[in-house]
Structures are given as C-alpha cells and as structure tokens.
Design a protein around this ligand. Structure first.
Ligand code: GCU
Length: 335
C-alpha cells in the first residue's frame, strides 16, 4: 500500500512538472499551423514586394504566429503565368500578379485594363475601391483562385531602343514586347506595331540583343529592371493602367477556417493601402533616377495622344462587347 502511495505521489509530481513545463512553453511563439508560399516577380525593394512583406507580417501578427507566409520575390517561383497555373492546384499559395496575364484565366478582368479607360489615377481607384471593383473581386468563381486586394501599378508607357516614339506612325512595324495577354497583343496590332508576348524577366536581354525594338511599362518597372540602360527612349503616353491583384489559391483557401480567412482579407486590404503609398513615392523617384541618367523622355502632346486613343477604340467592340454596361459605369465614374 505504501509503495502504491509513493508511486502515485511520484506520478502526480511528474504531471505537475509537465504542466509547469507547458506553462513556460506558452511564452515562446507557437509552432505555425501553416507555412504558405507567396510569389512575387519584382525586386526586394519594389513597392509590391514591400506590400507582400507587410501582408505576411500582419497575418503572422494577427494569427499569433499560427499562419506564416513566406514571400519569394524576384520571380524565383516562376513567371506570372506559371505561378497562376501552379496556384490553380495549390502548388503556390499566394501571389501578387499583374491583371494582364491573369485576365487570360479570368477574361472579364480585361475590362479593367482597357487602353485609355481611366482619366487618371484617382479615377481608377474610385472604380477599384467602389462597387465595381468589389464586384470584380467577387467574380473569380470557376478559376480556382480567390482575389484578395488591389495593388497599384501606375500607368504604362512605351519605350524603345531604336528611336524616340513621338507620333502614331512611329509604331508601325516596331517589335514591341507585351505581357502574355491576348488583349495586349490586340493593342499593338491596333497601333500598327508587332506584338512580341514574353515574360517580364526575358525583356532586358531581348532589348539588348535586338529581338525586340521596345517594350512598355510604368516608371518603377522601367527603372527597377534597368531596361532604361538598353532602351533609352521613353514616351509618356499612359496607354494603360493595369492594376495588380493579391490572390490566394482556392485549394489553400479551403483549408482555412472562416476566422483566418477574415484576418487574411483584412491584412490584404491593409497591405494594399501600404503599397499604394509606397507606389506614389516610387513613381516619383524612379522617374527622377531615370531622367538623371540622360534617357530621352518624350511627353506625347494631347493631340497626338488622342490619335493613339482613336487607334484603339475598335478594341472595345472586340474585347468588351459583353461588358458595355460595366464600361459605361466605369467611364461615368471619371466624369
Ligand atoms: C509590371 C508588373 C509585373 C509584370 C510586368 C510586366 O511591372 O508589376 O507584375 O510582370 O509589369 O510587364 O510583365
């Protein structure tokens, strides 16, 4: 009997010690329940990448370390098209991608990146932050992707390695790189140039070796990729505003409980506000940096810009015939 009591006492002490130990462990960070991948094709210091880090930091903080998101910048998980394909079966969990390649998977998104659609930045954000933008975020059914929040990517302009583009006729016969998007191929055709669809990371060497004569992008991308070194003629024509989206794979989304989904959505929104601030600043500094290198910058006069605009009007009938009402609603927001 005495032995039994002693054994019970020892057992009780072991349990107490174990409980004490567990209490101590609670002060350490919990082991993550999920470690997710996030794909980003820009450089580490780029506004969208910084937005992704902010998103990951907020999610980790708000889930008490249960959800960790590991950001892979510089396109190490593949180009945007490959990343989207991987996301469709959960091979990549999260990403920030440009709307152009994404619209190949969710065609309705083409509406939001039509050439000369917005009067400027404010107009685009009024649309994206409003009912129209929300409606697009909620129209991903059947794509195996879930849209979280919009990021800014400014306005895109043409640049060339061979000559300054000062008028519509200059586009004729030029081989211009576009994103892997049918719409963007159509845009180059409408402007009289030859489209060369290609992933972002291939553009520098294609410009250098003369496979293409030019490309088009916003100031931060033109600067960050150093395309200005090999294509020094930049023409401000602002032909498109192509916003970006933060996405999550549907397969990943389905693993998460509602409470975590709400946290993720909230953090995606907060990171979007952060990215947009960084974007404004970076647009300015990139332009300054590029101009200081002696690049030749052409500001397309309004009458010439109107000719570019006129040249692409037929695209609205070709690519947006089903969405006339949405286009009209977007245009109305700019008035
Ligand atoms: C922008 C955008 C990228 C995209 C690139 C492109 O830089 O942020 O996500 O890949 O345009 O022209 O391909």
């Amino acid at each position: 009997m005495k032995i039994k009591t002693a054994a019970l006492f020892v057992f009780a002490m072991v349990i107490l010690a174990a409980c004490g130990g567990r209490k101590e462990d609670q002060t350490k960070a919990v082991d993550p329940e999920y470690v997710f991948t996030y794909a980003e094709n820009q450089a580490e210091d780029y506004p969208t990448t910084q937005g992704a880090y902010k998103f990951a930091e907020l999610v980790e903080e708000k889930t008490g370390g249960r959800i960790v998101i590991s950001v892979n910048a510089q396109g190490v998980l593949g180009d945007e098209k490959t990343v989207i394909e991987q996301m469709q079966f959960g091979g990549v969990d999260f990403a920030r991608v440009s709307l152009s390649p994404l619209a190949e998977f969710v065609p309705r998104l083409n509406v939001l990146q039509m050439p000369y659609l917005y009067t400027g930045r404010e107009h685009m954000w009024k649309v994206l932050d409003g009912e129209i933008g929300d409606d697009f975020l909620n129209s991903f059914d059947g794509s195996d992707l879930v849209a979280l929040s919009w990021y800014d990517a400014g306005a895109r302009n043409f640049y060339s390695s061979t000559k300054p583009i000062t008028k519509l006729e200059d586009m004729k016969g030029m081989k211009i790189r576009v994103q892997e998007s049918e719409l963007m191929v159509g845009m180059m055709e409408a402007l009289g140039a030859t489209a060369v669809p290609m992933a972002y990371d291939k553009v520098y060497s294609a410009l250098q070796t003369g496979i293409i004569d030019g490309a088009e992008n916003n100031w931060p991308s033109y600067e960050s990729t150093a395309h200005y070194e090999v294509a020094k003629y930049y023409t401000i024509d602002e032909h498109t505003r192509v916003p970006e989206l933060q996405l999550v794979s549907q397969a990943t989304w389905e693993k998460l409980k509602q409470e975590d989904r709400d946290i993720i959505r909230e953090c995606a929104q907060e990171s979007s506000r952060y990215e947009r601030k960084l974007w404004e600043e970076r647009e300015r500094t990139s332009e300054e940096k590029v101009r200081a290198t002696g690049c030749q910058v052409v500001e397309l006069p309004p009458e010439e810009k109107a000719r570019f605009q006129e040249a692409v009007t037929s695209m609205y009938g070709k690519y947006c015939a089903e969405y006339v009402d949405v286009i009209d609603a977007i245009v109305a927001e700019g008035k």
